[in-house]
Design a protein around this ligand. Structure first.
Ligand SMILES: NC(=O)C1=CN([C@@H]2O[C@H](COP(=O)(O)OP(=O)(O)OC[C@H]3O[C@@H](n4cnc5c(N)ncnc54)[C@H](OP(=O)(O)O)[C@@H]3O)[C@@H](O)[C@H]2O)C=CC1
Ligand SMILES: O=C1O[C@H](COP(=O)(O)O)[C@@H](O)[C@H](O)[C@H]1O
Length: 507
């Protein structure tokens, strides 16, 4: 495995949730697998006053809890890793403090003989995504005068709408080169998501079938049992459409729907992703009513424990109309997918945590056999992204005995049969790729803007009619929607979960 160049990683927002739950555990895993650069230092920066030793002690506790480390050798390895981690008190808004950060970087470069290669990670609230590049530029920290490299990783949400995304893109591109900008979407770091590309482009049997002639419809399901946790303030402004659909689920759609790239290099792949987003059918207001359903969770039970409704969550407006659930039919207006619906479902406080892609193939032209998969097609390809990662192909076979009765059976591949090792966390892969300068699994500006062009009209419509058609569902349920009839491909509310009057049902 190729090693990244020697470098320093600066994490802005180092005292926050993302750093201790994802970034530092991922770096420790890379360290344990000897994948970090030979010479490497981390500088954590945030306002909370604390010494490097205090920061290391806190991270020791966090990381061992997150990774469930208890044995002595692992704990001692963790202590060694934390020697690479430093902390400075830092306010992103205060331009003078960047000079102190610069001096710290120069000190570490000299002390550990690290060339001037710096990677900045923005793990702060999104409101700081513009001030940090501006101040880095003011202090000359966005370029290296000695031929070293600069990179910047930006967390989601990347913008709030098309205009803010364009503004942020413009600002970033005026301070860093596009090849130095890494817009992270952690779904692309998931092993099972990357495998969609390998499944499609290394197996000759799927490509001839992978189009409107053989595929009937595609479902993408991403449900969670978690509520908004301590992120009410962020979530109440954003909602499920911006939090999950605009980024993660659209990336899944892109991997399923994209054309084979000319070559397997980052730009060719990202060209194809952008083309999918540009081909998304933007609904007229009339079409929208029939193709998008939004919901919000009420109180209910998750794992037999009572949980509160969304409107009573901390930092959520008591009369909030923010959606915590989306069911949506998308169409891609191109030659491969014209007329084929992509159904997506995502929501919080649902019955189970599950992310899955189901490719429904068309049925045979005639159905000869009794029980032929209950009248619909026998053939589905199911890509289980998480948990229990697997790929299954479903088909119909004869039940032994007299006659020709058909039963749907399954050929299953489970990831845990491939290796004893647990699958790496998405952030491990993405941090490593960014350090290596490989942008394949990061979003490009044009694709992002195209995705906002699809999302914006929906949000604008909801802004005009904040509570219209908002449907409520009980926490712990399967949500308010089913596809009532796969052949007609229409959504229908599940009556007992939705408080909408019957006449509002979507036919
Ligand atoms: N947590 C998660 O699982 C995910 C988070 N994200 C994104 O990552 C980013 C960080 O999220 P998260 O860690 O949850 O947020 P937190 O609120 O937990 O952390 C924010 C961090 O920013 C620091 N900060 C805030 N203001 C300033 C400032 N003026 N100067 C310097 N540091 C500042 C805070 O520390 P202090 O108060 O000490 O300054 C803290 O370290 C967000 O943009 C979020 O949307 C994306 C996907 C998942
Ligand atoms: O980015 C986000 O993703 C998580 C879901 O991620 P997963 O890897 O657990 O599927 C979601 O809970 C969160 O609201 C969203 O901001």
């Amino acid at each position: 495995m190729k090693k990244a160049e020697n470098q320093i990683l600066v994490i802005f927002g180092a005292s926050g949730d993302l750093t201790h739950r994802k970034l530092l555990p991922a770096l420790f895993e890379l360290y344990s697998r000897d994948l970090l650069p030979e010479k490497f230092q981390v500088i954590g920066a945030a306002r909370t006053p604390q010494s490097t030793d205090e920061f290391r002690n806190k991270q020791q506790a966090f990381i061992s809890e997150v990774l469930k480390i208890s044995d002595y050798s692992q704990l001692s390895k963790l202590a060694d890793f934390l020697q690479l981690v430093n902390y400075i008190d830092f306010d992103t808004d205060d331009a003078k403090q960047y000079q102190i950060l610069k001096e710290k970087i120069i000190f570490l470069e000299k002390e550990y003989n690290i060339p001037d290669n710096i990677i900045y990670y923005l793990a702060t609230p999104p409101a700081m995504y513009d001030i940090i590049p501006i101040n880095l530029q003011k202090c000359g920290m966005n370029v290296s005068l000695s031929g070293g490299s600069r990179k910047i990783i930006i967390e989601k949400p990347f913008g709030y709408d098309l205009e803010s995304a364009q503004r942020l893109n413009h600002l970033l591109e005026s301070t860093f080169h596009e090849s130095e900008i890494f817009r992270i979407d952690h779904y692309l770091g998931k092993e099972t998501v990357q495998n969609i590309l390998v499944l499609r482009f290394s197996n000759g049997i799927f490509e001839p079938l992978w189009n409107r002639n053989y595929i009937d419809s595609i479902e993408i399901i991403s449900t969670e049992t978690l509520g908004v946790e301590n992120r009410g303030k962020y979530y109440d402004i954003v909602g499920a459409l911006r939090d999950m659909v605009q980024n993660h689920l659209m990336q899944l759609i892109a991997f399923i729907a994209m054309e084979p790239p000319a070559t397997f290099d980052p730009e060719s792949i990202r060209d194809e992703i952008a083309k999918v987003f540009k081909a998304l059918h933007v609904y007229s207001p009339e079409e929208r009513v029939h193709n998008i359903i939004r919901g919000q969770y009420m109180e209910g039970n998750i794992d037999e424990k009572k949980v509160i409704g969304y409107r009573r969550e901390k930092n959520v407006a008591p009369n909030s109309n923010t959606e915590t659930y989306i069911a949506m039919k998308l169409m891609i207006d191109n030659w491969r997918w014209g007329g084929i619906p992509f159904f997506i479902y995502t929501g919080k406080r649902l019955k189970e945590k599950r992310t899955e892609i189901i490719i429904h193939f068309k049925s045979t032209p005639q159905q000869f056999f009794i029980g032929q998969c209950s009248g619909s097609s026998c053939n589905q390809l199911i890509i289980k992204v998480q948990p229990d990662e697997s790929i299954s192909l479903k088909f119909g076979l004869k039940i032994p005995g007299a006659g020709f009765e058909v039963k749907q059976v399954s050929m299953d591949f489970k990831y845990n049969t491939l290796s004893e090792e647990k699958l790496p966390d998405a952030y491990e892969r993405l941090l490593l790729d960014a350090m290596l300068g490989d942008s394949t699994l990061f979003s490009r500006n044009d694709a992002l803007e195209a995705s906002w062009k699809f999302i914006d009209p929906i949000e604008e419509e909801w802004k005009k009619h904040p509570s219209k058609d908002l449907c409520y569902y009980k926490a712990g349920s399967t949500g308010p929607t089913i596809i009532s009839n796969f052949r007609e491909q229409t959504f229908r509310y599940i009556r007992n979960e939705c408080e909408l009057p019957i006449q509002n049902e979507i036919q």
